[in-house]
Design a binder for this molecule. Structure first.
Ligand SMILES: [Zn+2]
Length: 367
């Protein structure tokens, strides 16, 4: 029954202060053409008047829907900014110092779509802190599960580089915090954003403590990594699991991945904590995949079941991408309903139930 599990949503208005060129067309010139070329893979059809898609309206769309249609069992909390020590578990000191030096400024960090505005560094510290707060809440038993509404997102940022709208790798910072401070020997990170979590993969590439499991649209789709042969190395060999998917995959394909690839991997790894890099750009309104809200709910149900089986239900989600405001907000809502105890929705190929009804309607005519 919905409401029989409590869910803590971490939300903090300071993350709205990250607003690089939110309303303005992208700056003209050479950088413009380079970035717009990249956008061929990232935002098909958005080549003319491109504006920064990772804007504050994303969080507002989510919180407005949750205000309009509250999910029973969901509580809210704010976050503390992540400290330099907490960020330093996954990012190089020189990189953190370079980001700190941009505080209060407007700049493009990387031709790879990442920019900052005067409030961005503060927002990024709070985003990483929100992911930490989500982990603290579930590890300390203050919530059944938690969902950190983070922005800027994190999974493209590696130890030394901002990429793909990401400054600090929020989910990686949270995983490292759980390992270093909360006694989690083994942490599983599941990434269902449509883009490969290259930064998270890179950070834990050789780690024996973190398993990274990623479903995404196959390369060369942005960021171009995530082939199935990428499995980690050294002490982490075998603990990176990539499932690159063709465009157009929908609910049945993703559920099959989670049942047939993720489930045995988790049974083998036996994590102490499960984190999800939860992007919503696999929704059919957003990019190039065909997930429905039921699909996100079904994946949540599978992950929640694994958390119940292997780690006493300890599950924390961290927002990544999702750029269609309607499917982003409604997708988060669907996930929160299942986290709060709603029965995970049944899934089927889109249109099947409608066709079944039409078949009933027409059947009489030909007998
Ligand atoms: Zn994405």
């Amino acid at each position: 029954m919905i409401d029989d599990r409590d869910v803590l949503v971490i939300h903090d208005d300071r993350m709205l202060a990250h607003r690089p060129n939110a309303e303005e067309p992208f700056q003209p010139g050479k950088l413009d053409s380079r970035v717009q070329a990249l956008l061929g893979g990232l935002f098909e059809g958005a080549r003319d008047k491109w504006t920064y898609p990772e804007h504050p309206g994303r969080l507002l769309a989510i919180t407005e829907l949750l205000t309009r249609e509250p999910v029973p069992g969901v509580r809210y909390a704010t976050a503390r900014p992540a400290t330099e020590d907490q960020l330093g578990r996954v990012h190089a000191t020189s990189y953190i110092e370079n980001i700190y030096a941009l505080r209060g400024k407007q700049a493009w960090l990387d031709a790879d779509t990442t920019a900052v505005s005067p409030g961005s560094v503060d927002a990024a510290e709070v985003a990483a802190g929100a992911a930490i707060a989500a982990v603290d809440a579930v590890m300390e038993g203050r919530a059944g599960s938690a969902f950190a509404l983070c922005r800027p997102p994190g999974h493209h940022a590696d130890a030394v580089r901002a990429r793909g709208f990401c400054l600090f790798n929020n989910v990686a910072v949270a995983a490292a915090h759980a390992h270093a401070k909360l006694g989690c020997g083994r942490v599983l990170i599941i990434d269902w954003d449509v883009h490969h979590g290259n930064g998270t993969q890179d950070i834990f590439w050789a780690s024996p403590d973190v398993m990274f499991f990623d479903t995404h649209r196959a390369p060369p789709f942005y960021p171009g990594s995530g082939n199935k042969e990428e499995i980690g190395a050294g002490l982490g060999e075998g603990l990176t699991v990539n499932v690159p998917l063709p465009a157009g995959c929908g609910d049945p394909a993703l559920v099959k991945v989670y049942r047939e690839i993720l489930t045995p991997a988790v049974a083998w790894f036996k994590p102490d904590l499960i984190l999800v890099s939860a992007g919503f750009d696999m929704h059919r309104l957003d990019h190039c995949m065909n997930l429905s809200y039921s699909g996100f709910g079904a994946l949540t149900g599978i992950v929640q079941g694994l958390a119940d089986t292997y780690c006493n239900g300890r599950l924390a989600m961290v927002l990544e991408g999702g750029y269609n405001l309607e499917s982003l907000a409604r997708g988060v809502h669907s996930v929160l309903e299942v986290l709060a105890g709603a029965e995970p929705p049944a899934i089927e190929e889109p249109g099947i139930s409608e066709v079944a009804e039409l078949a009933d309607y027409h059947r009489e005519a030909f007998h």
